[in-house]
Write a protein that binds this ligand. Structure first.
Ligand code: NAP
Ligand code: F7E
Length: 335
């Protein structure tokens, strides 16, 4: 037994086994990095793809074990649990792109909604003592009834993705209450990093700004520039996921920065960082990137996480934007 102190949280034991779904995603890869430093044996689940999908996990190749499974296939989840016998399951797999959820609402509901039920059932059958983390989302607040939103704020999702996440959130709470399982949800507001998928607006901007700076393109095509988001840094947020499973009792927490910024603010910060003050000529507004229903503003109140877990965000908006732009400049310069 090894002991460490982390941000004044309780002393933790090591040699635990963690099973992470969505391992190749942004959060899955950051969480694996974190849990390895905490001494965990890490298993990650990926679904089959024709081509390698390991851009975020290449560096973890010899450090973690990959299992094959799919959130739409109950037996595959049960088999994964049997293969790795985890202490903690982090369910990060999802069809996570809000815009795509209008194109494939049924698929999104299957993976992002019902997939949670399948995992909970697999845990219940294999070992109900396993601790379970569900990746809930600020998209459940959608048209915010209260600003900033906290754990008790009523939900009002605005997309098939948000509705699916709400199902996952409530079924997690229901299994906690029905079967006394250690099952909890982190209601995470937008968080980004150098590993963010290219279709999400922050990475699309950081990549586009880097290309413009390097003379590789002359514009970025975007949709609604007036939407506002509460953007944090993904490595800070995966710490909160892990902290939730170290609490004495399973509870849901809002994880956010408490600040909100528009897409325009993000553009200003990103272009300023490469020395371009007048960025408007570089933006083309494209109706393809507008949504049938928009979430105009999101802002979270993380007081509960601060008071009960001593979690606070470590990276501010300006630092986040700079990290992402610098990373894309480096990636594109090496091409
Ligand atoms: P991400 O990069 O899109 O990763 C999602 C992962 O889920 C991918 O590895 C994807 O694999 C996998 N996946 C999709 N469908 C699957 C299926 N049917 N079976 C198994 N795996 C499947 O998302 P992220 O940003 O890291 O977010 C992690 C989780 O947190 C997601 O559940 C997301 O909805 C939620 N969340 C994210 C944010 C945010 O701001 N990032 C905020 C709140 C909640 P493929 O590569 O094969 O598609
Ligand atoms: O859009 C606007 C768009 O796709 C942010 C996911 O991780 O966070 C993420 O969902 C805003 C929206 O993220 C473009 O209309 C303008 O208002 O980067 P996004 P999201 O929809 O907030 C939540 C918390 C999750 O849970 C999700 O999994 O940006 N926007 N122009 C654009 N968005 C995109 N993608 N592309 C554009 O061209």
């Amino acid at each position: 037994m090894h002991q460490i102190n982390f941000m004044n949280t309780k002393i933790l034991n090591m040699n635990k086994i963690a099973f992470i779904t969505g391992i190749n995603g942004m959060d899955g890869s950051h969480l694996a990095d974190l849990l390895l430093t905490r001494g965990y044996k890490v298993y990650g689940m990926e679904r089959r793809s024709s081509n390698a999908n390991d851009v975020n996990t290449k560096h973890l190749k010899d450090k973690i074990t990959i299992l094959n499974g799919d959130m739409t296939d109950q037996n595959s989840l049960l088999r994964c649990l049997k293969e790795c016998n985890p202490d903690e399951v982090y369910n990060l797999a999802a069809q996570s792109f809000v815009g795509e959820s209008w194109n494939t609402p049924e698929h999104t509901s299957e993976v992002t909604g019902l997939g949670v039920l399948r995992m909970l059932e697999a845990i219940r059958e294999y070992n109900p003592k396993i601790k379970f983390y569900q990746a809930s989302s600020s998209e459940m607040f959608g048209r915010m009834v209260e600003n900033p939103a906290k754990e008790t704020t009523p939900f009002y999702p605005r997309s098939p993705y948000g509705v699916s996440k709400l199902y996952g959130h409530w079924i997690t709470k229901n299994y906690r209450e029905s079967y006394d399982m250690f099952a909890c949800s982190g209601i995470l507001f937008n968080h980004e990093s150098e590993r963010r998928g290219i279709e999400f607006v922050t990475r699309k901007i950081s990549d586009g700004v880097a290309r413009i700076k390097l003379g590789l393109t002359d514009h970025i095509s975007l949709g609604n520039l007036d939407a506002k988001r509460d953007w944090g840094y993904a490595p800070d947020y995966v710490e909160a996921m892990w902290m939730m499973l170290q609490q004495e009792t399973p509870e849901d927490y809002v994880i956010a920065t408490g600040e909100t910024h528009s897409i325009r603010d993000f553009l200003t910060e990103a272009f300023n960082h490469v020395g371009i003050a007048d960025w408007e000529p570089y933006i083309k507004q494209d109706p393809r990137f507008m949504r049938p229903a928009e979430v105009d503003v999101l802002r979270g109140d993380y007081t509960k996480a601060k008071e009960e877990m001593e979690w606070v965000p470590q990276t501010n908006f300006s630092e986040l934007v700079k990290k992402m732009v610098d990373n894309d400049l480096k990636l594109l310069s090496n091409v």
